[in-house]
Design a protein around this ligand. Structure first.
Ligand code: PEP
Ligand code: MN
Length: 359
């Protein structure tokens, strides 16, 4: 059930509706929008009789939700969600770049990559502290030792720190030292982890499970939001298919598909989406062209020596070139198109002509 308040509804009228929802034992999720506030209701297992709300002051409409999700929908919030992390945003006008090594390996490596990330103008440094690895015999991340390095990077470069929580106890540490909680593909349906992240004040970057339908992915986001955390960023990272030329099949159609249903920002991860460095830049360009709010890209100062995901890591100079190209596309496809400089027009022309011979 969804209650749409009149544009003229007062704060007092909104809280009176919230009060009724809570008194009957349900949870209210008021979402203020540009023109009106809508209030989502969760906690009911069966249908609710919506007529009790119809005559409350300030109520414009009571909508029965027929889809399995409620809080992620454009019905609840017709404007896009802009997630704010200090002075940086995801889902707003700027293209959000989240870049860094697959895993924090040592201080020298992490600082070299952070330097490249900062130089590119990106606001987010992503490095794995704990790694969910397919084999128990491969590098599992430095764990707590990586936090000292991360804290120094945050301090030295002013970058926001993103890392994956592989279990609930990791969330406590990210809350202490980081800025965004990443939930990985393998954990997309770890419901207790989703609920824990939902109780956090930090934004959550939710990757698509490797065999997840759009509906399952959006319901995972719904788990987080139902706990009261509305700052969820979706990340398309590819799904398993019969294709053998890539690690995963990057489903870029999910970006416009999500746009049609949800107000949540969505970013694209061309690194895990392809698994191969030479495909990362072309798919990053495509991700931005299709309307993603940002990218997650793996970068390593010595990809050939990386302890995890070596084949897909870009070198700092490949990464710098990627940023140039996607920035130009973003200007072209966003409201900033009119600001396109001659230089950007050249970059665009250049990659259109040379795309086929990349790397
Ligand atoms: C990662 O981002 O390093 C990662 C493990 O990705 P995914 O969860 O998409 O496999
Ligand atoms: Mn990785």
């Amino acid at each position: 059930m969804l209650i749409v308040m009149k544009p003229s509804a007062t704060a007092h009228e909104i809280s009176a509706v919230v009060n009724v929802i809570e008194t009957i034992g349900l949870r209210a999720h008021p979402m203020p929008g540009a023109t009106r506030t809508a209030i989502g209701i969760t906690g009911n297992e069966g249908p609710i009789d919506g007529r009790r709300f119809e005559n409350l002051a300030g109520v414009a409409e009571v909508i029965r939700v027929t889809k399995p999700y409620k809080l992620i929908t454009l019905d609840l919030r017709p404007e896009k969600t802009i997630v704010r992390i200090g002075d940086a945003t995801i889902g707003g006008d700027e293209l959000a770049i989240i870049a860094g090594p697959c895993a924090i390996e040592n201080r020298e490596q992490a600082f070299a990559v952070a330097e490249a990330v900062r130089q590119s103008g990106a606001r987010f440094f992503r490095g794995g502290v704990w790694k969910p690895r397919t084999s128990p015999y491969t590098f599992q991340g430095l764990g707590d030792k990586a936090w000292e390095i991360m804290a120094d990077i945050r301090q030295a470069f002013g970058l926001k720190i993103v890392t994956e929580a592989v279990d609930e106890s990791n969330v406590d540490l990210i809350e202490r030292h980081g800025d965004i909680i990443q939930i990985g593909a393998r954990s997309m349906q770890n419901f207790s982890l989703l609920k824990r992240a939902g109780r956090s004040k930090l934004p959550v970057l939710l990757k698509r499970g490797m065999a997840a339908t759009l509906e399952e992915w959006l319901l995972a986001a719904e788990y987080i939001m139902a706990e009261g955390n509305y700052n969820v960023i979706l990340c398309e990272r590819g799904v398993r298919t019969f294709a053998q030329h890539t690690r995963n099949t990057l489903d870029l159609a999910s970006v416009p598909a999500i746009r049609r249903i949800s107000h949540l920002p969505v970013i694209v991860d061309p690194s895990h989406g392809t698994g191969t460095a030479y495909m990362v830049t072309p798919l990053a360009r495509a991700g931005v062209a299709v309307g993603a709010d940002g990218l997650m890209v793996e970068v390593h100062n010595h990809p050939e020596l990386a302890l995890s995901d070596a084949a897909q890591a870009l070198t700092p100079s490949e990464y710098a070139q990627l940023i140039k190209e996607v920035s130009a596309i973003h200007k072209l496809t966003s409201s900033a198109a009119s600001q396109l400089s001659k230089q950007d027009q050249h970059v665009l022309w250049d990659f259109q002509t040379h795309a086929a011979t990349d790397r």
